[in-house]
Design a protein around this ligand. Structure first.
Ligand code: HPA
Length: 273
């Protein structure tokens, strides 16, 4: 099926507005307050944060692509939170490594903004560079290094990225779990994992986490005026930091093991927003 975002004459914000309208119609919720993208290990949070009002398949919404990654689901859920707010859970993440360009990667974020969300929570599984982060450690993202050589922003639009990962939201997260560490996330294109030399480069330039998502989405969220909270699950020590080879199956297994714990943590954070 063709994707309207593939037509570069189309304004991606118009497609996002169309998708948001369908979400509002199907859920009966005019305005969502918070949006979440749940990466490897974080998916269970959707069941814990509140009551699901509507589950919408990604293929019912213009611009969305069904995820082809094993372990990733492709639905958008509208959830009523106990505090009366509404959350939108984006289960259909398109990764930059899928090769469809950057527009589909940030379409969920733009749709969430069009649906009214003021806070964007981006989660992922990542390789940890700090040896103190045992596999299964959740880490707050304090900043990022975008190593994809691209941007979701089109045209001469010079968006400020200072405090992109809002200190206010990180402080709320730490008020739930004071032991949460934080670090700089570096987005690589993937889909291959990094070489040990690339991980050493990442470390030398100030990164603590390496992964294949989040930075481009965070930029788009900021462009749309949202506050961003970023959380990584360190599923493994990054290549060469430990001697063991990396495997997607093991990354998913680490995510599954950590899932109940970190999903409960995220649900507690969401309750305070
Ligand atoms: N590198 C990149 N992405 C990842 C990793 C990693 O080590 N682990 C989980 N996602």
């Amino acid at each position: 099926m063709s994707n309207p975002l593939d037509d570069l004459n189309v304004d991606p914000f118009d497609i996002a507005a169309q998708a948001a309208k369908i979400i509002a119609d199907k859920s009966g919720v005019e305005q969502h307050d918070i949006a979440l993208t749940l990466g490897s290990g974080w998916a269970k949070a959707a069941d814990l944060i509140g009551e699901t009002i509507a589950t919408i398949s990604a293929d019912e919404l213009p611009g969305f692509r069904a995820s082809k990654v094993v372990g990733h689901v492709s639905t958008i859920r509208s959830i009523a939170l106990p505090n009366g707010k509404h959350a939108l859970v984006l289960g259909a993440r398109t990764h930059y490594y899928e090769g469809h360009g950057v527009r589909p990667v940030v379409h969920g974020v733009r749709t969430a903004a069009a649906a009214g969300a003021k806070i964007m929570i981006l989660t992922n599984g990542a390789g940890g560079i700090k040896t103190s982060w045992a596999p299964g450690t959740p880490v707050l993202i304090s900043d990022h290094i975008n190593f994809t050589a691209t941007s979701p922003i089109e045209g001469a639009n010079f968006v400020d990225l200072t405090d992109l990962y809002a200190l206010r939201l990180r402080d709320i997260a730490r008020s739930v779990d004071a032991s949460l560490d934080e670090g700089v996330y570096m987005q690589f294109r993937g889909p291959h994992y990094e070489t040990p030399a690339e991980v050493q480069m990442a470390k030398a330039v100030g990164a603590h986490l390496v992964g294949m998502s989040t930075a481009l989405e965070a930029i788009a969220a900021r462009q749309s005026g949202m506050e961003v909270l970023g959380l990584s699950l360190a599923t493994n020590l990054a290549a060469g930091i430990s001697d063991s080879p990396l495997s997607h199956v093991e990354v998913l297994a680490a995510g599954k093991e950590a899932e109940p714990r970190i999903s409960a943590l995220l649900a507690q954070i969401v309750a305070k927003l």
